[in-house]
Write a protein that binds this ligand. Structure first.
Ligand code: B16
Ligand code: MG
Length: 220
């Protein structure tokens, strides 16, 4: 059976559901500025950096702010977000994910994290996943945000894997684009509506085995 040289997982929305906490914190910040947005616009914030996110929110109302004010607002949002993720425990790992990761480990497939979040090291700690991943590339380690493939290419390099033989799991359109731009095999986790550019879309990991996934990818 064909198997990949590595698997790289996005964090937020794939391993754990923190996107609602991001959404609520951004909404709260936007409201304080008299800007409102809903879930559809929020899809555009998934996978993109904190800086890019605030720029997109301000652009909704054509708002320009001085640099210090932008920094202050980002810190405020991050404070609210950090308060909510401090509650995370291993029980918050999404359903089906622990079993899927264990099966990959039994197959000796190297595993990595490729996240835009600068909070990724805290989240991994709260979820007690430090020993699961051979490499963690996060928002502190890249210059270019998704859809640039840098975060995933750094991951494949560290895992000594060929990008074209690496599977990337992503819940955001920007992340699927990043994987595709890096010449990797992209698996979208979520809805076909937003992730249609992925090589394959799965709804979640419940009941999914690596064998089943690899053969589905092979049929493509
Ligand atoms: P932070 P991922 C991303 O994480 C989130 O999807 C995105 O909504 C967030 O803006 C970005 O991290 C930056 O997060 O403010 O914590 O640095 O999906 O790439 O794991
Ligand atoms: Mg994500």
């Amino acid at each position: 059976m064909w198997k990949p040289e590595a698997c790289i997982f996005d964090l937020d929305g794939v391993i754990v559901e923190t996107s609602d906490a991001h959404f609520k914190a951004w909404q709260r910040l936007a409201e304080s500025l008299g800007i409102s947005f809903g879930e559809e616009f929020n899809e555009q914030l998934k996978g993109v950096s904190r800086r890019k996110s605030i720029e997109k929110i301000l652009a909704l109302e054509d708002r320009q702010l001085p640099e210090e004010e932008i920094q202050r607002l980002m810190d405020k949002k991050n404070g609210w977000y950090q308060d909510s993720i401090a509650e995370l425990t291993p029980d918050d790992i999404l359903e089906g994910v622990p079993e899927f990761l264990t099966s990959l480990q039994q197959m000796e497939i190297p595993l990595g994290i490729g996240s835009s979040s600068k909070n990724a090291p805290y989240i991994i700690d709260y979820l007690q996943l430090n020993d699961t991943f051979g490499v963690i590339i996060d928002g502190n380690k890249v210059d270019n945000t998704k859809p640039d493939p840098e975060v995933f290419l750094k991951g494949t390099k560290a895992l000594n894997a060929d990008p074209s033989k690496t599977i990337v799991f992503e819940d955001a359109a920007s992340g699927v684009d990043a994987a595709n731009n890096g010449g990797m095999i992209s698996v979208g986790v979520g809805s076909q509506e937003y992730l249609g550019d992925a090589n394959l879309v799965i709804s979640d990991f419940v009941g999914l085995t690596p064998q089943k996934l690899f053969s589905q990818l092979n049929e493509k």
